[in-house]
Each structure stands twice: as structure tokens, then as C-alpha cells.
Design a protein around this ligand. Sequence first.
Ligand code: FES
Length: 131
Amino acid sequence: MILLTVLLLACGSSKPRVEYVEAQQGIVILPVSQIADVEGPTAIRLGGPDPRLPVWLHASEELDFHAIATRCHRGRCGVRYEPDDDRFVCSCTDEEFRPDGSAVERRKPPLVTYPIDYRNETILIDLSPAR
Ligand code: FES
């Protein structure tokens, strides 16, 4: 089992936090207690030594989770989270994406997303087969 140091930067939250999560064969394991104090829909940027990170972890108010690449489909521009609109926005083109990674403009390709599972108060993000 490999331990990764993950830097959690809560967007809209005042304090960046450094936490440890476990990763095994490309699976990031994150206790939901790490984000339980964040109110409303939010996105947390997960970063660390794994080259597949960082990813955005989006949490809805109902605790539905999505894991989304922090770069757009063309791979050259960063995607930031806009908490007021609960949207991801390309830093180069201002294209908008919903929390599930789909483009607001219908003909645009979606952002890369990663399979995510939430059970027993734990979030598992599978970084291996990007979709
Ligand atoms: S360059 Fe890819 S969405 Fe902007």
C-alpha cells in the first residue's frame, strides 16, 4: 500500500489543509470527514505526487461526488471552480462545465472524469481509467 500526501485546497474555504490519504493501484481513498465541514456545493482540489493528480473533487449538497480533471479536454488550459455558479470554467476560453464535467454548451466535449465510489463514509476515486 502506498501512502500519498494530498494537499486539499477547499475552494471558497479559508484554510488549505494538508491531509494523508491512501492510494492503492491508482485508487485515492479519502475519508468523507475531510470535507464534511464544507457547506453547500463545493469543489476541492486534490494534489499530490501522483502524476494523475491534481483532480477536482466536487461535492453537491446531497453529497453526490464527481472527480474531474483540472485541465480541459485539449489539455492545455486549467479549469477553475466558480462556487457562486457551481460551475467549472476554462481559464483560457471561459467555456463552462457542470459539476459532472459535461459542457454547458451542448456541442462541446466534456471534461475528463474519473469513476468515484462513496461508501462507508469513504470516497474512492479511481484514477486509472480516465473517461
Ligand atoms: S482550452 Fe479547453 S475548454 Fe478551454
